[in-house]
Design a protein around this ligand. Structure first.
Ligand SMILES: [Zn+2]
Length: 136
């Protein structure tokens, strides 16, 4: 459940959808942050929005450091960006697809294609810069 930043209404946000999720009561764009895995990955990244793919694992300290940064990104860029989190330990196919050797690994995807890769934990500004550039 995601609370609308405009009116506070709690909304259910789907893993995949046409367009992007909006608040049921005020229609404000909602932060879109989902957990996906091997089975749901293709539908999760099938979106017209810029995908910020977060490849992480629970034991990874730097991954935990950037988690709140990416949550903020989902809020700041609501309606333009979709954050998709994949636990690489549980999802070997996605991990293989992105040749994950170290985490955190953040990949920006446009129409399913990788346009930027950010390795390691970076500053909020670094993520914003790359996202702004990818959004054009
Ligand atoms: Zn609302």
């Amino acid at each position: 459940m995601v609370a609308c930043t405009a009116c506070g209404t709690k909304n259910r946000v789907p893993v995949a959808a046409q367009g992007h999720p909006r608040c049921a009561s005020c229609k404000q764009a909602l932060p879109w942050l989902v957990d996906a895995g091997d089975r749901t990955f293709d539908e999760a990244v099938d979106t017209s929005l810029l995908v910020v793919l977060d490849l992480w694992a629970p034991w990874c300290g730097p991954c935990r450091m950037i988690a709140p940064i990416l949550e903020k990104v989902a809020t700041e860029y609501a309606g333009r960006v979709k954050v998709v989190k994949v636990n690489v330990d549980d999802n070997p196919d996605v991990s293989y697809q992105f040749k994950v050797q170290s985490i955190p690994l953040v990949v920006l995807l446009k129409d399913g294609k990788s346009v930027e890769t950010l390795m390691g934990a970076q500053s909020p500004q670094a993520y914003r810069q790359k996202i702004d550039a990818a959004l054009g």
